[in-house]
Design a binder for this molecule. Structure first.
Ligand SMILES: [Zn+2]
Length: 294
C-alpha cells in the first residue's frame, strides 16, 4: 500500500475519515458519532482553543501507527522537538522570503496552490493535501463551512482573529513540500525510532512527526496561541456536529487522563511545558547531524 500516488498522508484527512465513517471496530458501536450527545460549537471552540501545545500530544500520537512503541516521556520529547522543527522552518521562511503569508511563501517555493471546491472522486473526505512534487490543494467546500461556523456567536471570540483556515491549511501543506525538498536534512524525515525485535534493530520513521511539525509551522506563521489541531475538530464539526463532538470528546478525554496520571504520580510528574527541558538552539532541526538519533 504505502503512498503510491505520491500524495502525502495527512493527519487531518485521517482523523476526518475516522470520525465520520469510523473503522471496522468503531462503526456501529454505541460509541459511534451517531450516538454522541452533540456539544455546542462555541463550547467546543472555547475549550479546545484554551489548550496549550502539549495538550494535543495524545491526540496527535493516537494517529501514529508505531504509537504503541512509545512511552509518555518519549511522546512528550518528540512533541516538543517537532514543535521546534516546525517553528524553526517557519522562522527561516519568514527570514528568507520576508513574509509570513503561507500563500506568498508557497509561491516563492514554486508550489502550485489550487483552490478547488472538493476533491475528485466521492470516496475521500479531504480538507487539503500536498501532491509531489509541488502541488497543494485546498478544498473550499470545507473552508466555506468552517467560515460559516466561525461566524456563529461566541466561536470567533474563542478562536480569535488569527484563525484563518485557508492560510493555516496552505501553511500545513507548505511544510510537507519543505519536508520533501529537505528530506535528508529535516528532522521530521531524518528521525528514526529504533525498534527491537529480539536481537534485531529496525530504525523506523514516525509519520506523525511531520504532521505535528506542520501544525507548528502553521501556528508560527499565523502567530496563533493555540494549536492548529483545533482545525481538525472545527472542520470535522462543520461537516458533522456529531463527528466533531466525538473528536472534541477524545481531545478533552486525554486532558482528564493526563490530570489523573499527574495526580497518581504526585509532584514527580511535572507537566511538560512548551519550553521543554532542553535548551536547543533555534536552528537545531536545520542541522542534520544534530537531528538524527545517535
Ligand atoms: Zn499533513
Amino acid at each position: 500500500m504505502g503512498n503510491p500516488s505520491g500524495r502525502w498522508t495527512d493527519a487531518i484527512i485521517g482523523s476526518m475519515k475516522e470520525a465520520l465513517f469510523g473503522d471496522a471496530e468503531y462503526s456501529g458501536s454505541d460509541k459511534g458519532p451517531a450516538n454522541v450527545a452533540i456539544s455546542p460549537i462555541e463550547e467546543v471552540m472555547r475549550d479546545i482553543c484554551a489548550l496549550g501545545w502539549g495538550a494535543w500530544r495524545d491526540y496527535a500520537f493516537a494517529r501514529e501507527p508505531l504509537n504503541g512503541r512509545l512511552d509518555d516521556a518519549q511522546r512528550a520529547e518528540l512533541m516538543e522537538r517537532a514543535r521546534e522543527c516546525g517553528e524553526d522552518w517557519a522562522r527561516r521562511c519568514e527570514r528568507d522570503f520576508d513574509s509570513s503569508s503561507p500563500l506568498e511563501i508557497a509561491e516563492r517555493l514554486g508550489a502550485i496552490v489550487t483552490f478547488a471546491e472538493r476533491p475528485h472522486g466521492q470516496d475521500r473526505v479531504t480538507f487539503a493535501e500536498f501532491t509531489e512534487p509541488d502541488e497543494i490543494y485546498v478544498y473550499t467546500d470545507a473552508m466555506d463551512k468552517a467560515e460559516a461556523l466561525l461566524g456563529a456567536p461566541g466561536v470567533r471570540e474563542a478562536a480569535g482573529p488569527r484563525m484563518r483556515p485557508r492560510e493555516l491549511l496552505v501553511a500545513h501543506e507548505v511544510f510537507h513540500l519543505i519536508e520533501l525538498r529537505n528530506a535528508r536534512a529535516i528532522w521530521t524525515q531524518a528521525y528514526r525510532l529504533d525498534i527491537r525485535f529480539g536481537p534485531f534493530h529496525n530504525p523506523s520513521r514516525l509519520v506523525v512527526l511531520g504532521e505535528i511539525a506542520a501544525m507548528s509551522f502553521a501556528r508560527t506563521l499565523a502567530s496563533l496561541d493555540y494549536s492548529p489541531y483545533v482545525l481538525d475538530v472545527l472542520l470535522t464539526y462543520a461537516y458533522s456536529p456529531a463527528a466533531g463532538t466525538t473528536l472534541y470528546n477524545e481531545v478533552m478525554g486525554y486532558q482528564q487522563h493526563d490530570r489523573n496520571a499527574l495526580h497518581d504520580k504526585g509532584d514527580a510528574a511535572a507537566p511538560t511545558t512548551e519550553a521543554g527541558p532542553r535548551n536547543r538552539s533555534p536552528d537545531a532541526c536545520l542541522q542534520p547531524s544534530r537531528c538524527r538519533e545517535e
